[in-house]
Design a protein around this ligand. Structure first.
Ligand SMILES: [Zn+2]
Length: 65
């Protein structure tokens, strides 16, 4: 298995890294937000679709005097 930081062979003591330095580098990435998890969710309040009756053109109503 290769160290994800430098690509060297990993050691049991610092797995999945090769040494303490790479372990700290990876930890630093998490702290810096480099590995920030995707948290942007779609806005549930999307554009409101028009009710069906608004899609119909208004019919002229004869005025009954
Ligand atoms: Zn390494």
């Amino acid at each position: 298995m290769a160290c994800p930081i430098c690509g060297h062979a990993t050691t049991e003591e610092y797995a999945p890294f090769c040494n303490a330095r790479c372990q700290l580098i990876d930890l630093g990435h998490w702290i810096d937000g480099t590995y920030r998890l995707p948290s942007d969710e779609e806005n549930p309040d999307g554009p409101v679709s028009h009710p069906l009756f608004l899609d119909k053109p208004l019919e002229e109503q004869p005025i009954d005097d």
